[in-house]
Design a protein around this ligand. Structure first.
Ligand code: 5GP
Ligand code: ZN
Length: 110
């Protein structure tokens, strides 16, 4: 079972930011900025393009809820990114979306 499947099943620790029936979001272990969060379907799909559209809707709802929660840090904006394929930087082969808060005083390039 992959590491994100284990996090989804609570067999591996993570700081959970948001959870619904089909989706879980948790802090990235190696954050690019304060509050960097990963949003994943609980079910294993290799990447975002493999995720069925009805489940993608749940992911979108989760992204909005996560961004709302991250507003406690007063970000100036967000990068919302999904790497698809090794050449694009995908390391964990379980679909995930990076939600990266951006702040006034930092470099904006992801
Ligand atoms: P990718 O490069 O595949 O798009 O991103 C994978 C992300 O998962 C990386 O930002 C990495 O820091 C994060 N990550 C990898 N393993 C773990 C883990 O065990 N726990 C958490 N919370 N994040 C992880
Ligand atoms: Zn998985």
């Amino acid at each position: 079972m992959c590491i994100f499947c284990k996090i989804a099943k609570k067999e591996e620790k993570a700081y959970v930011v948001y959870e619904s029936d089909n989706v879980i979001a948790f802090l990235d272990i190696n954050p690019l900025s304060k509050g960097h969060t990963l949003v994943i379907p609980k079910e294993h799909y290799e990447n975002l393009l493999e995720v069925p559209s009805d489940l993608a809707k749940d992911l979108h709802e989760a992204i909005k809820a996560v961004c709302e929660k991250l507003k406690v840090f007063n970000p100036a904006g967000f990068n919302i990114v999904s790497n698809i394929g090794k050449q694009a930087g995908q390391v964990i082969m379980h679909a995930h979306i990076h939600v990266i808060p951006r702040y006034e005083d930092e470099e904006t390039r992801p």
